[in-house]
Every structure is written in C-alpha cells, then in structure tokens.
Design a protein around this ligand. Sequence first.
Ligand code: PEP
Length: 253
Amino acid sequence: MRKQIVAGNWKMNKTYEEALSLVSEIDNMVKDEVNSQVTVIVAPPFPFLQSVGKLTQGNDLMHLAAQNMSEHESGAYTGEVSASMLKSVGVQYVIIGHSERRMYHHEDAQTLYKKLKAAIAQGITPIFCCGEPLEERDADRHFDYVGKQLHDSLSYLSNEEFDQVVVAYEPIWAIGTGRTASSQQAQEMHAYIREQLSRMFDAEAAFNTSILYGGSCNPGNARELFSQADVDGGLIGGASLKSRDFTDIIKSF
Ligand code: PEP
C-alpha cells in the first residue's frame, strides 16, 4: 500500500540540545494533533540519531532516518558510516542521492546504486532523491533528466529490492530557494516518475511506491501539493527545523 510520508531533513543544523528539544516538540505535537496514518520521519545529523530515536520510540507515527550512508559494508573508510551501524542504532530510513550530496560530494549514479543495495540489504528503506537543475527545466529537458537519474541508479534493483524504495522528486531550483514547483508541475513529474518505474519494475510495485515532493514545501503550499494524485507526501528541509511548521505540514493531508 502506498504510504503518506512527511520526512524532515535537518541537514547540518542544530546542536545536540537544540536537536533534542526540536524532536520533543515535534513528538508532542504529533501525539496531540495528528490522527491520520501519516508516516513522520526525522533525519537529524549522525551524532544525534540514537538520542533522537530514543525520544520518539513510544510514538508509532515517528520514524528515524539518516541523511546519508556509505556504500561499503565495513572497513578502512575513515569518516564513513555503514548501513549496519545505522541499523544498530534504530535507523529505519536513509536519504540517498540528495542533490547536495550529488553536487558537493560528487556522488554518481553507480555509487548511489551501491548505497541503495547496501541499505536494502540491512532492511533500511532508502528515500531516493532525483530532480533537475534550472537549466534543464528551462531547456524543457526535465523529464529526460529525471528519467535518466531513475534509470541509472534504480533499474538494476530487483522487484523485491525496489519494493523497499521511496522516491523523492526535488527540483534543484526549488530547494531552499522559496520558489516551489506548482502543484501541476509536481503532479506531472510525479506521474512521469511513476510511469518510468512501471517500465522498470512491475506495475503494482510502481503504483504502490510513495513519491514525495521536496523543494520549499511549507504550511502554506503543502495541502495543495499533497492533494495531487501522485504526490504522496513531502521531503522537507527548512520548514522541518520549526516544530510548528513541520507539524502543520504533516497535518496537510
Ligand atoms: C531538501 O533539501 O530536501 C529540501 C526540500 O529543502 P527545502 O525544503 O528547504 O527547500
């Protein structure tokens, strides 16, 4: 069944104390105000994962994600964190292929494929990000660009592996810019993504895949975006750092 998901990507923000108070506020608001079956995910920085996870343990709606992980299983990879390490501290989801990782850390399609495999092997659900830069949209090549990103990293997965994957469409021109995609632009790209997935995997798996929108999503535009047939929730950056805004986005279904 397709899940409704709202995931907050905290990126490199918050100290330990700030992270704990943010997640406590979110946890309380979700308990008091959210009665739908939304899957709420928070993705704090690595050092805070375990403590944040402990704080949300009693709340069935709340889930824990990492923002990245290594494609390697273990060994001499200084500074890296493996899927099994994440699993051992209660991580259930991991963001793979965020545009900031692709851009600043030069993560290519093959590396992302390996990360997807490594996460799935540990039973961690990858949130696979795709999305075009502004020049590709302006040149009307956005569908081809995103189609290639999907093909180059996802198409080598088996149907069973793909069943574990969540996709996030994040047009780069909308990330952190305050310029969001219109609900029509989001819907047509999400429908295109679902169609591409149904060519790579079985149609039922593609139908059941949650496809999230990301890019300047906020309490003012979430309802309109989430009401689109192929938009199953959001991956939220800036607005996930404020408990009130994040909870209001969760309540937008
Ligand atoms: C993101 O970086 O995943 C994101 C969607 O950021 P923002 O909501 O700040 O645009």
